[in-house]
Design a protein around this ligand. Structure first.
Ligand code: 5GP
Length: 213
């Protein structure tokens, strides 16, 4: 059995990546989404253990000391981390896994696992990103400014990703992600077993023909 592949998605706050991801997962239930641990407060509309495990700083630091994270980062004053165990188990059993993490986390994972595929979700423009963030109304003015500053820095890092998906229209962005996932499943590294099978078939076919002659 082939090992599952790891897809890392990043994009600034307001890029619409959550909506894109939700749609992608609903259309592709075979994909596994890593649930991060976070120390920030739960926002209205969020549910525990869906996208995040909401934990205290003390719990996070205990997990850090136990080396329980594949990567972690501090983002706008809060800890965010990817629990290592589920990702490793899913991949070992052949499942493709998605991480939705920030730029620093993405680069840290890519260093440890160069075969991971990195995808940056880009807003169609900075104006759109700003108005999406403001429209959300879940942050204070100060938090929003911090997120906008972080967004500018993140966009500058997009050049280090393998793929850029522009989130202009939801269905286009989802189709682009599906195309990336599909194309990667066809990489020769994942097809070695198929090449071997066809070669073996060909060899046994030739043996049968030889015997008949
Ligand atoms: P938010 O607070 O808006 O849900 O997420 C803030 C940022 O943290 C986003 O860029 C999101 O992708 C990132 N993030 C979410 N989970 C993780 C994680 O486990 N590790 C890292 N490094 N970033 C994460």
């Amino acid at each position: 059995m082939n090992k599952g592949r790891l897809f890392i998605l990043s994009g600034p706050s307001g890029s619409g990546k959550d909506t894109v991801l939700k749609q992608l997962l609903s259309e592709n239930p075979q994909l596994k989404l890593s649930v991060s641990c976070v120390t920030r407060a739960m926002r209205p509309g969020e549910h525990p253990d869906e996208k995040y495990h909401f934990i205290s700083r003390e719990q996070f630091e205990t997990m850090l000391a136990e080396d329980a994270f594949l990567e972690h980062n501090i983002y706008v004053g809060n800890y965010y981390g990817t629990p290592r165990k589920p990702v490793e188990e899913w991949m070992a059993t052949g499942n493709d896994v998605l991480l939705e993490i920030d730029v620093n986390g993405a680069m840290a994972v890519k260093q440890k696992m160069p075969e991971a595929i990195t995808i940056f979700i880009m807003p169609p423009s900075f104006q759109v990103l700003r108005s999406r963030l403001a429209g959300r109304g879940t942050e204070t003015e100060q938090q929003m400014q911090a997120r906008l500053n972080t967004a500018v820095k993140e966009i500058a890092q997009a050049q280090f990703y393998d793929y850029i998906v522009v989130n202009d229209r939801l269905e286009n962005a989802v189709a682009d992600l599906e195309a990336i996932i599909r194309a990667n499943a066809l990489l020769k590294n994942y097809m070695i077993h198929l090449i071997d099978e066809v070669k073996q078939d060909a060899e046994s076919c030739y043996r049968e023909i030889d015997q008949c002659l």
